[in-house]
Design a protein around this ligand. Structure first.
Ligand SMILES: Cc1cc2nc3c(=O)[nH]c(=O)nc-3n(C[C@H](O)[C@H](O)[C@H](O)COP(=O)(O)OP(=O)(O)OC[C@H]3O[C@@H](n4cnc5c(N)ncnc54)[C@H](O)[C@@H]3O)c2cc1C
Ligand code: SF4
Ligand code: SF4
Length: 408
C-alpha cells in the first residue's frame, strides 16, 4: 500500500479549495481519518486540513462523494418535482409530546421519528448535532442513545457541523444508527454507501432538513454582539426553538438571558454569513434522505411566511419507502400527529428554497463564464427550475453573481 500514497495535497481537495466549494460535511475526513481532520478556519467554517499523504484510492473516493464537487440524484419511479426532488408523500405534523414540540426547531417531527426509532429498537443510537461543550455558538456531533439525549439535541443550530467526520469508529464497531445531517451530509453519506457496504449495515436510516445554508461562527458571534454581550460572557447559545420559530437566546455566565427574534437573527445577520457553496446549492431539500423535515411556515395573503410565535408545525417529506413506513409507524405509535400536505402550497411556504433553485442555473453559468469551478449536478433539473423564472429574472441572477464574484 505504501507505494500509492501521495505526499502532496489530495487532488480532490485542491479542486474543492480552488472553487471555494467545500460545504464542510466531513466525508473526506471519514475516508482518510488519519490524514484529514476537520478544523474551524476563518471566518469560522469547518474545512478539511490534510496532515499527511492520502492514497490514490482515498483521493478518488473523495472525488466521487464530495458534495462540493457534485451530486447525482436518481429518482427511479418516484414522482420527481423540478424544485423539490423525488418524494413519495408530504405531510405537516408535530411531536405529540408537547415539551418536545416546544423545544424543537419547528414541530419536533424529526426528533419524534428519532424517538420512535430508539424506543422500538430499530436503531441503537442516533448520530446528530448538538451544542459544543466548550464554545457556546459552535456545534459538535453527538451520539444520542435515548429519548432524553434526542430532546437535548433538538433545535436547529445555524453554524458549521461535520457529522460524517464522527462516523469512523461507528462503522468499524457494532450497532445500528440513524444519522441526521444537512442535505449535503446525507448526499455524501448516500454516495459513500454505494461504495462502502458498511454504511448500509451500520446506518440504515438517514434523516435531513431543508437547508438555506450554513453561516460562519463569525455570524453567530455577530448575533451575540448585537444582543449586547460577548462570546466570553456567554455560557450557552440557542439559535432558535423553545417556541416556533423561537428566539436566538444567549444565556450569560451570570444566568441572565438576552434574546432576539428569528426574523432579526437569521434574516438580518446570519443569512449574510452563509458560505459560498450554499449559494449555489441544488439540494437544499435533502433529496438523498429517507425523511426530510422543514418549517411549515404560515404565509400571509401575498404568500410570504409570517414569523409570529405559535405552536410549531413541521413539513415532513417522505422520500423513500423506508421513510414513509417509518413515519406511518411513528404516527401509529402515537409519537407524531400527521396531516396530508397539499404540495402545490410548498413554493409559497418555502420562498427561500424556491428562489435559490430557480436562480441556480443562471448563477452557475455566471461562475463558469468567469472560469470558476462549480459542482457537477446530475438529475437536479436545473433547466426546468430556471424556466420557472422569467428571462429577465434569470439575467438579473446571472449579472448579480458576476458582480458579487468580481467584487469578492
Ligand atoms: C443550517 C440550517 C439551515 C436550515 N434552513 C432551513 C430552510 O431553509 N427551510 C426550512 O424550512 N428549514 C430549515 N432548517 C431546518 C429547520 O430549522 C428545522 O430543523 C426543521 O424545520 C425541522 O424541525 P423539527 O422541529 O422537525 O426538527 P428538530 O426535532 O428540532 O430536529 C432538528 C435536528 O437537526 C439537527 N441539527 C441541528 N442543527 C444542525 C446542524 N447545524 N447540522 C446538522 N444537524 C443539525 C439536530 O441534531 C436535530 O436532530 C435549517 C436548519 C439548519 C440547521
Ligand atoms: S465538502 Fe465535504 S468531502 Fe468535500 S472537501 Fe468539504 S468536507 Fe471534504
Ligand atoms: S445549503 Fe446546501 S451546501 Fe449549504 S449546508 Fe445546506 S445542504 Fe449543504
Amino acid at each position: 500500500m505504501q507505494n500509492n500514497i501521495r505526499s502532496e495535497s489530495a487532488r480532490s481537495l485542491a479542486r474543492v479549495e480552488r472553487g471555494n466549494l467545500c460545504s464542510g460535511c466531513g466525508a473526506c475526513a471519514l475516508i482518510a481519518p488519519d490524514k484529514i481532520k476537520m478544523e474551524i478556519q476563518p471566518p469560522g467554517y469547518l474545512r478539511p486540513c490534510q496532515t499527511g499523504g492520502v492514497t490514490e484510492e482515498q483521493d478518488q473516493m473523495i472525488a466521487q462523494v464530495c458534495p462540493g464537487l457534485g451530486q447525482t440524484v436518481i429518482a427511479g419511479d418516484r414522482p420527481d418535482d423540478p424544485l423539490w426532488g423525488p418524494y413519495l408523500e408530504m405531510h405537516v405534523g408535530y411531536a405529540t409530546d408537547p415539551a418536545l414540540r416546544h423545544t424543537a426547531s419547528s414541530g419536533g417531527a424529526l426528533s419524534a421519528v428519532l424517538v420512535h426509532l430508539l424506543k422500538t429498537g430499530q436503531v441503537d443510537a442516533v448520530v446528530q448535532t448538538g451544542a459544543a461543550a466548550d464554545v457556546p455558538n459552535a456545534n459538535a456531533a453527538v451520539l444520542s442513545r435515548d429519548e432524553r439525549a434526542v430532546f437535548d439535541a433538538a433545535g436547529s443550530r445555524y453554524a458549521p457541523s461535520a457529522p460524517l467526520a464522527a462516523l469512523a469508529p461507528l462503522l468499524n464497531g457494532e450497532g445500528r444508527f440513524a444519522f441526521v445531517g444537512k442535505p449535503c451530509d446525507v448526499a455524501a453519506l448516500r454516495a459513500l454507501a454505494a461504495r462502502d457496504p458498511r454504511i448500509d449495515d451500520r446506518i440504515p436510516v438517514m434523516l435531513s432538513f431543508f437547508c438555506a445554508g450554513v453561516p460562519s461562527l463569525t455570524g453567530s458571534a455577530a448575533v451575540i454582539e448585537a444582543l449586547g454581550t460577548t462570546l466570553a460572557d456567554t455560557r450557552a447559545f440557542r439559535y432558535r426553538g423553545n417556541g416556533w420559530p423561537g428566539r436566538a437566546t444567549a444565556t450569560l455566565n451570570n444566568g441572565s438571558t438576552l434574546s432576539m427574534s428569528y426574523h432579526d437573527s437569521w434574516g438580518m445577520i446570519l443569512s449574510r454569513h452563509v458560505q459560498h457553496r450554499c449559494k449555489i446549492c441544488a439540494d437544499g431539500t435533502g433529496t438523498a434522505a429517507d425523511i426530510v423535515c422543514a418549517d411549515a411556515w404560515v404565509s400571509d395573503a401575498a404568500g410570504y411566511p409570517l414569523f409570529e410565535e405559535r405552536d410549531g408545525i413541521s413539513l415532513i417529506v417522505s422520500r423513500t419507502e423506508k421513510g414513509a413506513a417509518m413515519l406511518a409507524a411513528a404516527a401509529q405509535a402515537g409519537e407524531i400527529q400527521l396531516e396530508k400536505f397539499d404540495t402545490s402550497n410548498l413554493a409559497s411556504i418555502q420562498p427561500g428554497q424556491t428562489v435559490r433553485r430557480r436562480a441556480l442555473l443562471a448563477r452557475l453559468l455566471a461562475l463558469r463564464c468567469l472560469g470558476r469551478a462549480t459542482p457537477r449536478y446530475r438529475g437536479l433539473h436545473l433547466v426546468a427550475a430556471a424556466r420557472q423564472n422569467s428571462p429577465a429574472r434569470n439575467m438579473r441572477n446571472f449579472w448579480g453573481m458576476v458582480r458579487r464574484s468580481l467584487t469578492r
